[in-house]
Design a protein around this ligand. Structure first.
Ligand code: KG4
Ligand code: ZN
Length: 325
C-alpha cells in the first residue's frame, strides 16, 4: 500500500491506496474553506498552521495500515511553499520512521489522475485543467509525457470565480457560490467581452474579464448580481470553448477530459459536451468528490510512479521558500 499526503493549498488530505488493485482503502480530507472564507481567499500562513494541526490527526487514523506500507507519497509542487512544506515534512518523518521510499508527486499530474482513481489509465488524452491555480490544456500520452498546449497568462479560471464572488461578498471558494447564483440569471444581459478573441494565440486570460465584472458590480444593485454572475460564467466558459475550438480545428479530440476543482462547474461541463459532439469524442470527468484537491489522486499517481521506481531522495524533496512555486 501507499500512503499519500496532499497539502498544496487549503485542503489537508491523506489516502491509502493498494498498489496491486489501485483500490482506495482510506481517504480523509479536512478543508479549510470556512477559515479562509472571511478573507475571500486563501491566507497561506493560516493554511500552513491549519495543515500542521489537521495532517497529524488524519495520519493517526492511518496507523492500522503502517505495517503494510511500501512507500510514502506527497505533493511536492506546484503549490504554496508554506503549505507544501507541511505535507513534505510529515512525509519525510513517516518515510524515515518506517524506513520507506518517498515519492514526490506533481499536483497537476495528480489532477489528471483524479480520472483514474480505482481505475486503469486511459491515454492518449487531451486534458483541460481548470483549478484555483491553473488553467491549461495538455496532451497527455503517459505518466511522463505531458505537453502543455495553452495556459493562462494571468488569473486562472477558478481564481476568477473566487475574485468575482469576493466582489459580491459571497465568501470563498467562489466557484460553487457563483454557479448557484448564476442559475437564476440572464447570461446575455451583461455583454462582457470574450478575452483574447482577436488573437490567434492559444492562451487564456481572465484579468480583463475580472475587471469588467468589477465595473459592472460597482454600477449595479444587489438584485442585478445574479445576471452579472450568469453573464460572467457564460463569458468565462466561452473563452475556454473558443480557444479549444481553434485548437480542435487542427487537432480533433478523441478522448477529452476536464479536471481540477472548477471542472465541477455544470455550465462548463455542458458547454464542453456541446463542443465535443461533432467530433464524437469521449468526455472523461472525475467523480465530483475528486475534482477539488484530494489525496486519492496523489496516491493513484504514486501507484504508477512506484511501479516505475520513480522514488525521490529526502534532499530532492526540499521545498524552495518562495511564496508561490
Ligand atoms: O483544484 P482545486 O481544489 O485547487 C487548486 O488546485 O487550485 O480548485 C479550487 C478552485 C477554486 O478556485 C474554486 O472556486 C473552483 O475551483 N471551483 C469552481 C467550482 N467549484 C470549485 N469554479 C467554478 N464552478 C464551480 N462549481
Ligand atoms: Zn488542485
Amino acid at each position: 500500500m501507499i500512503l499519500a499526503i496532499e497539502s498544496s493549498c487549503d485542503d489537508s488530505a491523506i489516502s491509502i491506496t493498494e498498489i496491486a488493485t489501485k483500490k482506495l482503502l482510506f481517504h480523509k480530507k479536512i478543508s479549510q474553506e470556512i477559515e479562509h472564507s472571511v478573507y475571500g481567499g486563501v491566507v497561506p500562513e493560516l493554511a500552513a498552521r491549519l495543515h500542521a494541526e489537521a495532517l497529524p490527526k488524519i495520519l493517526a487514523e492511518c496507523e492500522p495500515y503502517f505495517d503494510k506500507l511500501k512507500a510514502v507519497a506527497v505533493t511536492s509542487s506546484p503549490g504554496l511553499a508554506v503549505t507544501l512544506i507541511e505535507g513534505v515534512t510529515l512525509a519525510k518523518a513517516v518515510a524515515v520512521g518506517l524506513d520507506l521510499p518517498l515519492i514526490g508527486v506533481n499536483h497537476l499530474i495528480g489532477h489528471i489522475y483524479s480520472l483514474f482513481i480505482e481505475k486503469e489509465t486511459e491515454f492518449p488524452l487531451t486534458v483541460l485543467l481548470v483549478s484555483g491555480g491553473h488553467t491549461q490544456v495538455m496532451e497527455v500520452t503517459s505518466l511522463t509525457q505531458i505537453q502543455t498546449i495553452a495556459k493562462s497568462m494571468d488569473d486562472s479560471f477558478g481564481e476568477s470565480f473566487d475574485k468575482v464572488a469576493k466582489m459580491m461578498g459571497l465568501g470563498y471558494p467562489g466557484g460553487p457560490a457563483i454557479q448557484a447564483l448564476a442559475q437564476g440569471g440572464d447570461r446575455l444581459r451583461f455583454n462582457f467581452t470574450i478575452p483574447l478573441l482577436r488573437t490567434p494565440k492559444l492562451a487564456f486570460s481572465y484579468s480583463g474579464l475580472k475587471n469588467a465584472v468589477r465595473l459592472a458590480v460597482e454600477k449595479s444593485q444587489k438584485e442585478d448580481y445574479k445576471d452579472i454572475a450568469a453573464s460572467f460564467e457564460h463569458i468565462a466558459t466561452k473563452h475556454l470553448t473558443h480557444k479549444l475550438k481553434k485548437y480542435f480545428q487542427l487537432h480533433p479530440p478523441k478522448t477529452f477530459a476536464i479536471v481540477g476543482g472548477a471542472s465541477a462547474n455544470l455550465y462548463l461541463r455542458g458547454e464542453i459536451q456541446k463542443l465535443l459532439a461533432p467530433y464524437q469524442a469521449k468526455l472523461l470527468l472525475s467523480e465530483l468528490q475528486y475534482c477539488s484537491d484530494n489525496a486519492a489522486m496523489i496516491g493513484r499517481v504514486a501507484v504508477d510512479m512506484y511501479k516505475e521506481k520513480m522514488f525521490t531522495s529526502l534532499e530532492e524533496l526540499d521545498i524552495v521558500s518562495k511564496s508561490n512555486l
